[in-house]
Design a protein around this ligand. Structure first.
Ligand code: GDD
Ligand code: MG
Length: 356
Protein backbone atom coordinates (compact mmCIF):
# COMPACT_ATOMS: atom_id res chain seq x y z
CA UNK A 1 0.00 0.00 0.00
CA UNK A 2 1.20 3.54 -0.80
CA UNK A 3 0.44 6.77 0.99
CA UNK A 4 -0.11 10.42 0.16
CA UNK A 5 0.66 13.00 2.85
CA UNK A 6 -0.81 16.47 2.38
CA UNK A 7 1.85 18.93 3.46
CA UNK A 8 1.12 21.90 1.22
CA UNK A 9 -0.59 24.25 3.68
CA UNK A 10 1.09 27.33 5.13
CA UNK A 11 0.45 26.38 8.75
CA UNK A 12 -0.70 29.91 9.59
CA UNK A 13 -2.30 28.89 12.89
CA UNK A 14 1.07 27.62 14.09
CA UNK A 15 2.88 30.92 13.56
CA UNK A 16 5.41 32.08 14.59
CA UNK A 17 6.67 28.47 14.67
CA UNK A 18 5.97 28.03 10.95
CA UNK A 19 7.46 31.28 9.67
CA UNK A 20 10.66 29.55 8.59
CA UNK A 21 9.61 25.92 8.32
CA UNK A 22 6.62 23.84 7.36
CA UNK A 23 4.20 22.41 9.87
CA UNK A 24 5.41 18.90 9.00
CA UNK A 25 8.96 19.92 9.96
CA UNK A 26 8.33 21.39 13.41
CA UNK A 27 10.04 19.36 16.11
CA UNK A 28 7.86 16.96 18.08
CA UNK A 29 9.66 15.76 21.19
CA UNK A 30 12.99 16.17 19.41
CA UNK A 31 12.12 14.68 15.99
CA UNK A 32 10.64 16.36 12.89
CA UNK A 33 6.88 15.92 13.16
CA UNK A 34 6.61 14.00 9.89
CA UNK A 35 8.69 11.18 11.37
CA UNK A 36 5.74 10.30 13.60
CA UNK A 37 3.55 9.89 10.53
CA UNK A 38 6.23 7.94 8.68
CA UNK A 39 6.57 5.63 11.67
CA UNK A 40 2.82 5.00 11.67
CA UNK A 41 2.85 4.22 7.94
CA UNK A 42 5.83 1.89 8.23
CA UNK A 43 4.22 0.06 11.13
CA UNK A 44 1.37 -0.80 8.77
CA UNK A 45 3.58 -1.84 5.85
CA UNK A 46 3.68 1.38 3.80
CA UNK A 47 7.10 1.98 2.23
CA UNK A 48 6.31 4.44 -0.57
CA UNK A 49 4.98 7.91 0.15
CA UNK A 50 3.93 10.79 -2.07
CA UNK A 51 4.48 14.11 -0.36
CA UNK A 52 1.96 16.57 -1.69
CA UNK A 53 3.75 19.90 -1.46
CA UNK A 54 3.11 23.51 -2.38
CA UNK A 55 4.43 26.05 0.14
CA UNK A 56 8.28 26.08 0.65
CA UNK A 57 8.88 23.20 -1.83
CA UNK A 58 12.70 23.40 -1.80
CA UNK A 59 12.90 23.37 1.96
CA UNK A 60 10.91 20.20 2.36
CA UNK A 61 12.80 18.34 -0.37
CA UNK A 62 16.11 19.24 1.28
CA UNK A 63 14.86 18.23 4.71
CA UNK A 64 13.46 14.81 3.80
CA UNK A 65 15.31 13.83 0.61
CA UNK A 66 14.56 10.56 -1.19
CA UNK A 67 13.27 8.74 1.87
CA UNK A 68 16.18 6.27 1.93
CA UNK A 69 17.15 7.54 5.38
CA UNK A 70 13.84 6.17 6.62
CA UNK A 71 13.97 2.97 4.59
CA UNK A 72 11.22 4.43 2.40
CA UNK A 73 10.79 5.93 -1.03
CA UNK A 74 9.44 9.47 -1.34
CA UNK A 75 7.92 11.17 -4.38
CA UNK A 76 7.17 14.87 -4.42
CA UNK A 77 3.97 16.04 -6.10
CA UNK A 78 4.35 19.81 -6.25
CA UNK A 79 1.64 22.36 -6.89
CA UNK A 80 2.44 25.78 -8.26
CA UNK A 81 -0.72 27.20 -6.71
CA UNK A 82 -2.62 25.51 -3.88
CA UNK A 83 -5.08 22.98 -5.28
CA UNK A 84 -6.99 22.38 -2.05
CA UNK A 85 -7.03 19.02 -0.32
CA UNK A 86 -8.78 16.99 -3.05
CA UNK A 87 -6.94 18.79 -5.87
CA UNK A 88 -3.69 17.92 -4.10
CA UNK A 89 -4.70 14.26 -3.84
CA UNK A 90 -5.49 14.22 -7.57
CA UNK A 91 -2.14 15.88 -8.31
CA UNK A 92 -0.40 13.08 -6.37
CA UNK A 93 -2.27 10.33 -8.23
CA UNK A 94 0.39 9.83 -10.91
CA UNK A 95 2.98 8.82 -8.30
CA UNK A 96 0.66 6.71 -6.21
CA UNK A 97 -0.03 4.07 -8.88
CA UNK A 98 -3.63 3.91 -7.78
CA UNK A 99 -4.87 1.31 -10.21
CA UNK A 100 -4.47 -1.70 -7.97
CA UNK A 101 -5.02 -1.09 -4.29
CA UNK A 102 -6.35 1.50 -1.87
CA UNK A 103 -4.12 4.45 -1.02
CA UNK A 104 -3.77 5.89 2.48
CA UNK A 105 -4.10 9.67 2.61
CA UNK A 106 -3.00 11.65 5.66
CA UNK A 107 -3.46 15.28 6.54
CA UNK A 108 0.10 16.33 7.28
CA UNK A 109 -0.60 17.53 10.80
CA UNK A 110 -2.34 14.65 12.56
CA UNK A 111 -0.52 12.82 15.32
CA UNK A 112 -2.08 9.43 15.84
CA UNK A 113 -1.41 5.76 16.49
CA UNK A 114 -4.54 4.66 14.62
CA UNK A 115 -4.64 1.05 13.48
CA UNK A 116 -4.43 1.41 9.69
CA UNK A 117 -4.42 -2.35 9.23
CA UNK A 118 -7.85 -2.64 10.86
CA UNK A 119 -9.05 0.36 8.90
CA UNK A 120 -7.97 -1.31 5.65
CA UNK A 121 -9.72 -4.55 6.63
CA UNK A 122 -12.97 -2.65 7.25
CA UNK A 123 -12.52 -0.68 4.00
CA UNK A 124 -12.27 -3.94 2.05
CA UNK A 125 -15.12 -5.62 3.92
CA UNK A 126 -17.41 -2.69 3.19
CA UNK A 127 -16.19 -2.30 -0.41
CA UNK A 128 -15.93 1.42 0.28
CA UNK A 129 -15.00 4.06 -2.27
CA UNK A 130 -13.52 6.16 0.51
CA UNK A 131 -13.08 5.39 4.20
CA UNK A 132 -12.67 8.26 6.64
CA UNK A 133 -11.15 7.71 10.09
CA UNK A 134 -13.34 9.30 12.73
CA UNK A 135 -12.31 10.53 16.13
CA UNK A 136 -14.24 11.91 19.10
CA UNK A 137 -13.75 15.53 20.09
CA UNK A 138 -15.68 17.69 22.52
CA UNK A 139 -16.11 20.62 20.12
CA UNK A 140 -16.48 19.71 16.44
CA UNK A 141 -16.44 23.30 15.13
CA UNK A 142 -12.78 23.18 13.98
CA UNK A 143 -13.24 19.88 12.15
CA UNK A 144 -15.34 17.97 9.61
CA UNK A 145 -18.45 16.66 11.32
CA UNK A 146 -20.11 13.47 10.06
CA UNK A 147 -23.39 11.71 10.55
CA UNK A 148 -23.34 7.96 10.11
CA UNK A 149 -25.78 5.07 10.29
CA UNK A 150 -25.54 2.13 12.68
CA UNK A 151 -23.08 0.32 10.37
CA UNK A 152 -20.88 3.45 10.14
CA UNK A 153 -21.82 4.31 6.60
CA UNK A 154 -21.46 8.07 6.37
CA UNK A 155 -24.66 9.96 5.64
CA UNK A 156 -23.44 13.55 5.72
CA UNK A 157 -20.22 15.54 6.03
CA UNK A 158 -20.16 19.18 7.16
CA UNK A 159 -16.82 20.98 7.34
CA UNK A 160 -16.33 23.40 10.28
CA UNK A 161 -19.96 23.23 11.46
CA UNK A 162 -21.40 26.18 13.31
CA UNK A 163 -22.17 25.26 16.92
CA UNK A 164 -25.88 24.51 16.37
CA UNK A 165 -24.95 21.79 13.86
CA UNK A 166 -22.84 19.96 16.40
CA UNK A 167 -25.14 17.04 17.16
CA UNK A 168 -22.64 14.23 16.59
CA UNK A 169 -19.20 14.36 18.17
CA UNK A 170 -17.48 12.08 15.59
CA UNK A 171 -15.25 14.13 13.31
CA UNK A 172 -12.93 13.57 10.37
CA UNK A 173 -9.50 12.58 11.69
CA UNK A 174 -7.75 13.50 8.42
CA UNK A 175 -6.83 9.86 7.71
CA UNK A 176 -8.45 8.32 4.64
CA UNK A 177 -8.37 5.25 2.44
CA UNK A 178 -9.10 6.02 -1.21
CA UNK A 179 -10.12 3.23 -3.49
CA UNK A 180 -8.70 3.43 -7.03
CA UNK A 181 -12.16 4.48 -8.31
CA UNK A 182 -12.32 7.49 -5.97
CA UNK A 183 -9.73 9.45 -7.96
CA UNK A 184 -12.01 9.59 -11.01
CA UNK A 185 -14.39 11.80 -9.01
CA UNK A 186 -11.78 14.57 -8.63
CA UNK A 187 -11.32 17.11 -11.44
CA UNK A 188 -7.65 17.42 -12.50
CA UNK A 189 -5.61 20.61 -12.33
CA UNK A 190 -8.05 22.84 -10.50
CA UNK A 191 -8.66 23.68 -6.86
CA UNK A 192 -11.05 21.31 -5.14
CA UNK A 193 -11.62 20.64 -1.48
CA UNK A 194 -12.03 17.11 -0.13
CA UNK A 195 -14.10 18.35 2.79
CA UNK A 196 -16.33 20.91 1.08
CA UNK A 197 -16.40 19.35 -2.39
CA UNK A 198 -15.45 15.72 -2.83
CA UNK A 199 -16.98 14.14 0.28
CA UNK A 200 -20.39 15.85 0.06
CA UNK A 201 -20.34 15.12 -3.69
CA UNK A 202 -19.64 11.42 -3.25
CA UNK A 203 -22.45 11.22 -0.69
CA UNK A 204 -24.86 13.01 -3.02
CA UNK A 205 -24.02 10.48 -5.73
CA UNK A 206 -24.73 7.60 -3.35
CA UNK A 207 -21.10 6.41 -3.36
CA UNK A 208 -19.98 4.15 -0.51
CA UNK A 209 -18.24 6.31 2.08
CA UNK A 210 -17.56 4.63 5.42
CA UNK A 211 -16.44 5.90 8.78
CA UNK A 212 -13.76 4.09 10.77
CA UNK A 213 -14.57 5.10 14.33
CA UNK A 214 -11.70 4.58 16.72
CA UNK A 215 -10.52 5.74 20.10
CA UNK A 216 -6.81 5.64 19.36
CA UNK A 217 -4.68 8.63 20.26
CA UNK A 218 -5.36 11.55 17.93
CA UNK A 219 -4.38 15.21 17.81
CA UNK A 220 -4.26 17.79 15.02
CA UNK A 221 -1.09 19.71 15.94
CA UNK A 222 -1.99 22.66 13.71
CA UNK A 223 -2.55 25.23 16.47
CA UNK A 224 -0.14 26.32 19.19
CA UNK A 225 -2.33 24.95 21.99
CA UNK A 226 -2.64 21.57 20.37
CA UNK A 227 1.04 21.44 19.40
CA UNK A 228 1.94 22.04 23.03
CA UNK A 229 -0.73 19.58 24.25
CA UNK A 230 0.60 16.85 21.93
CA UNK A 231 3.97 17.15 23.69
CA UNK A 232 2.35 16.84 27.10
CA UNK A 233 0.49 13.74 25.88
CA UNK A 234 3.71 12.15 24.63
CA UNK A 235 5.59 12.98 27.82
CA UNK A 236 2.72 11.61 29.95
CA UNK A 237 2.74 8.43 27.83
CA UNK A 238 -0.71 8.83 26.28
CA UNK A 239 1.02 8.67 22.88
CA UNK A 240 4.22 6.86 21.88
CA UNK A 241 7.53 8.72 21.90
CA UNK A 242 9.90 8.20 19.00
CA UNK A 243 13.17 7.52 20.76
CA UNK A 244 15.81 10.22 20.93
CA UNK A 245 19.04 9.83 22.91
CA UNK A 246 19.12 7.20 25.62
CA UNK A 247 17.09 6.38 28.69
CA UNK A 248 18.79 8.00 31.68
CA UNK A 249 20.17 5.41 34.05
CA UNK A 250 18.38 6.93 37.04
CA UNK A 251 14.89 7.22 35.58
CA UNK A 252 13.21 5.43 32.69
CA UNK A 253 11.06 8.47 31.87
CA UNK A 254 14.03 10.74 31.27
CA UNK A 255 15.86 10.57 27.94
CA UNK A 256 19.21 12.17 27.48
CA UNK A 257 21.08 12.95 24.26
CA UNK A 258 24.79 12.58 23.58
CA UNK A 259 27.53 14.51 25.36
CA UNK A 260 25.32 16.50 27.72
CA UNK A 261 26.81 18.12 30.77
CA UNK A 262 24.63 17.96 33.88
CA UNK A 263 25.79 19.65 37.05
CA UNK A 264 25.56 17.22 39.96
CA UNK A 265 23.23 19.60 41.80
CA UNK A 266 20.84 19.95 38.83
CA UNK A 267 17.44 18.32 39.32
CA UNK A 268 15.66 16.34 36.58
CA UNK A 269 12.06 15.07 36.68
CA UNK A 270 10.18 12.27 34.89
CA UNK A 271 8.67 13.10 31.51
CA UNK A 272 11.78 14.87 30.20
CA UNK A 273 13.48 14.57 26.80
CA UNK A 274 16.87 16.27 26.42
CA UNK A 275 18.70 16.52 23.09
CA UNK A 276 22.42 16.33 22.31
CA UNK A 277 25.14 18.56 23.71
CA UNK A 278 22.97 20.33 26.30
CA UNK A 279 24.46 21.93 29.37
CA UNK A 280 22.51 22.15 32.62
CA UNK A 281 24.15 24.31 35.24
CA UNK A 282 24.24 24.34 39.03
CA UNK A 283 20.92 23.87 40.87
CA UNK A 284 18.83 24.23 37.74
CA UNK A 285 15.47 22.51 38.15
CA UNK A 286 14.01 20.75 35.15
CA UNK A 287 10.46 20.10 36.29
CA UNK A 288 8.01 17.64 34.78
CA UNK A 289 7.06 17.44 31.11
CA UNK A 290 9.88 19.18 29.38
CA UNK A 291 11.57 18.89 26.01
CA UNK A 292 14.96 20.47 25.39
CA UNK A 293 16.34 20.38 21.83
CA UNK A 294 20.02 20.11 20.95
CA UNK A 295 22.66 22.48 22.36
CA UNK A 296 20.36 24.08 24.94
CA UNK A 297 22.08 25.79 27.87
CA UNK A 298 20.18 26.11 31.11
CA UNK A 299 21.74 28.57 33.56
CA UNK A 300 22.22 28.07 37.28
CA UNK A 301 19.01 27.95 39.35
CA UNK A 302 16.76 28.31 36.33
CA UNK A 303 13.40 26.54 36.76
CA UNK A 304 11.71 25.00 33.71
CA UNK A 305 8.53 22.93 33.42
CA UNK A 306 5.78 21.92 31.00
CA UNK A 307 7.63 23.57 28.13
CA UNK A 308 8.98 22.81 24.69
CA UNK A 309 12.39 24.30 23.93
CA UNK A 310 13.88 23.90 20.44
CA UNK A 311 17.58 23.82 19.47
CA UNK A 312 20.33 26.31 20.37
CA UNK A 313 18.41 28.11 23.10
CA UNK A 314 20.22 29.80 25.97
CA UNK A 315 18.34 30.21 29.23
CA UNK A 316 19.89 32.59 31.71
CA UNK A 317 20.59 32.08 35.37
CA UNK A 318 17.49 32.10 37.58
CA UNK A 319 15.05 32.30 34.65
CA UNK A 320 11.62 30.66 35.04
CA UNK A 321 9.70 29.07 32.20
CA UNK A 322 6.36 27.34 32.54
CA UNK A 323 3.95 26.19 29.83
CA UNK A 324 5.71 27.80 26.90
CA UNK A 325 7.26 27.06 23.53
CA UNK A 326 10.62 28.61 22.66
CA UNK A 327 11.85 28.23 19.06
CA UNK A 328 15.48 27.77 17.94
CA UNK A 329 18.24 30.25 18.54
CA UNK A 330 16.41 32.20 21.25
CA UNK A 331 17.96 33.73 24.33
CA UNK A 332 16.13 34.09 27.62
CA UNK A 333 17.76 36.63 29.90
CA UNK A 334 18.76 36.12 33.51
CA UNK A 335 15.87 36.01 36.00
CA UNK A 336 13.31 36.49 33.24
CA UNK A 337 9.87 34.92 33.86
CA UNK A 338 8.02 33.38 30.92
CA UNK A 339 4.42 32.56 31.75
CA UNK A 340 2.11 29.80 30.45
CA UNK A 341 0.87 30.17 26.89
CA UNK A 342 3.91 32.17 25.69
CA UNK A 343 5.32 31.24 22.29
CA UNK A 344 8.63 32.73 21.22
CA UNK A 345 9.57 32.53 17.53
CA UNK A 346 13.06 31.72 16.27
CA UNK A 347 15.91 33.94 17.52
CA UNK A 348 13.77 35.73 20.10
CA UNK A 349 15.63 37.68 22.74
CA UNK A 350 14.06 38.17 26.16
CA UNK A 351 15.93 40.75 28.26
CA UNK A 352 17.17 40.05 31.79
CA UNK A 353 14.54 40.40 34.54
CA UNK A 354 11.63 40.77 32.10
CA UNK A 355 8.16 39.30 32.73
CA UNK A 356 6.20 37.95 29.76
N1 GDD B 1 -0.74 20.01 -1.04
C1 GDD B 1 -1.68 20.73 -0.43
N2 GDD B 1 -2.36 21.69 -1.13
N3 GDD B 1 -1.92 20.51 0.89
C2 GDD B 1 -2.87 21.26 1.49
C3 GDD B 1 -3.61 22.25 0.82
C4 GDD B 1 -3.32 22.47 -0.58
O1 GDD B 1 -3.91 23.32 -1.25
N4 GDD B 1 -4.47 22.81 1.71
C5 GDD B 1 -4.27 22.18 2.88
N5 GDD B 1 -3.31 21.25 2.77
C6 GDD B 1 -2.84 20.33 3.80
C7 GDD B 1 -2.32 21.02 5.05
O2 GDD B 1 -0.91 21.22 4.96
C8 GDD B 1 -2.68 20.02 6.13
O3 GDD B 1 -1.67 19.05 6.33
C9 GDD B 1 -3.91 19.31 5.60
O4 GDD B 1 -3.96 19.59 4.21
C10 GDD B 1 -5.19 19.77 6.28
O5 GDD B 1 -5.27 21.17 6.26
P1 GDD B 1 -5.55 22.02 7.58
O6 GDD B 1 -5.45 23.45 7.21
O7 GDD B 1 -4.71 21.53 8.71
O8 GDD B 1 -7.08 21.68 7.82
P2 GDD B 1 -7.90 21.70 9.19
O9 GDD B 1 -7.11 21.18 10.31
O10 GDD B 1 -8.50 23.05 9.35
O11 GDD B 1 -9.11 20.68 8.84
C11 GDD B 1 -8.83 19.42 8.25
O12 GDD B 1 -8.33 18.51 9.23
C12 GDD B 1 -9.25 18.17 10.29
C13 GDD B 1 -8.58 17.13 11.15
O13 GDD B 1 -7.40 17.60 11.66
C14 GDD B 1 -10.12 18.88 7.64
O14 GDD B 1 -9.77 17.72 6.91
C15 GDD B 1 -11.15 18.55 8.72
O15 GDD B 1 -12.30 17.93 8.12
C16 GDD B 1 -10.56 17.59 9.72
O16 GDD B 1 -11.51 17.34 10.78
MG1 MG C 1 -5.12 20.71 10.61
Amino acid sequence: MKAIILVGGEGTRLRPLTLHRLKTMVPMAGRPFMEYQLHLLKTHGVREVVLSICHMPGLIRRAFGTGSRYGMKFHYAAETTPLGTAGAIKNAEKFADVSREPVVVLNGDVLTDINLTQMLAQHRRRRARVSIALTLVSDPSAYGLVKQDAQHRILSFVEKPSSDEGQSPWVNAGVYLFDPGAFAHIPAGKPYSAERGLFPDLLAKGERVWGFTNRDYWMDIGTIDRYWQAHMDILEERMFLLPTGKVWKRNRRIRLGQTCTLHTSAHLSPGTVIGDRCRIEREARLGELLVLGNRVRVGAQAVLERSVIWDDVTIGEGARLNGCVVASGSTIGRFAHIRPGTVLGEKSVVPDYSRI
